[in-house]
Write a protein that binds this ligand. Sequence first.
Ligand code: PLP
Length: 373
Amino acid sequence: MSEESTAVTHAFLDLPPLSAARFASIEDRVARLLGTRQDVVIMQGEALLPLEGAIRSAAGPGTTALNVITGPYGQTFGDWLRDCGATVIDLSVPFHTAVTAAQVREALAEHPETDFVSLVHAEAATGNTNPVAEIGEVVREHGALFYLDAVASVGAEPVLPDAWGVDLCVIGAQKAMGGPAGVSAVSVSERAWTRMAANPRAPRRSYLSLLDWKERWTDAGRKALLHAPAQLEMLALEACLERIESVGLDGVMARHRRAALATRAGAVALGGGLEPYVYETSDAAPVATTLRVPAGVVASELVARALRNDGALPLAAGGGALAKEMIRVNHYGVDATAEAVRRSVTAIGSALAEKGLDVDVDAAVRAIESARA
Ligand SMILES: *Cc1c(COP(=O)(O)O)cnc(C)c1O
């Protein structure tokens, strides 16, 4: 190991314990980022921890849940909800589109007993984003508890739990926030706390428990932590929040929006049968852009070919069955730049050309340049 890398590694060691006050101040920063007056609980794990914890805390055998599926995470939420004993109504829409508030309204009218709605805001895995503000209005009118996975939207587009009536809003720092994957947070409304307190099956004395944090941390004046906090992740989260604040959240979101528009424009100009996976630009997530490969091309092979020349490109094939037809351009965090987009689209273009497809890389580069302006 070189002297320099040894020094870097040692910077992660021998840290003093993170104080309760510091932990609380990081929580407050997350609350400011979300513009929320609700309680914010930071969870000591990747975002799946609060995503699962919130469902297990709020749902039980008496729950009727409308679970909106616009990508793979919605499917997971349905599984957790059923596992909790909830009656689950799945509302699935094709992954190339977004769900509409009218579809949610219709489903709630068909199932008036619904008292829980789960939704993913933006899906990095499928590249779509859902109109949460409009859906929130419908859910509020109905009176159901509203659970939102905003992991892939926070930092890339507005996430406003209070204005939208979201009762449980889960975020993670690892996508558009450009932060670590080992800590996450959830904002919890009074209604949601009441629901959890009334749920005999809500986890307690458990890593999944939100109520533990409410009772022993938030309500106790945030003086003593429940266990030793993960210092590295907490410090990285603090640094990431600091960086967002210094640039301004609007600036960070604008960078993601521009990267998404540039990717879309570049892919269309490239030709060769490559198409945006999400049909309408308004349904496309700013966090990541998905592309459909032409017939006869296998997306995972094409991505492997593109990565052979530059392994650092933010490219991936779709997960599971989507690996055949979908390319994901993960232009989030440090990769939300015209440069990363240009390199990604150019690499896809070269890989398509190697397969004998007729592409126009120059036109793609020009389209990316003008989308950036
Ligand atoms: C990325 C992401 C998560 C976090 O899950 P990972 O599998 O750890 O990446 C959760 N929800 C959504 C919608 C995401 O895009």
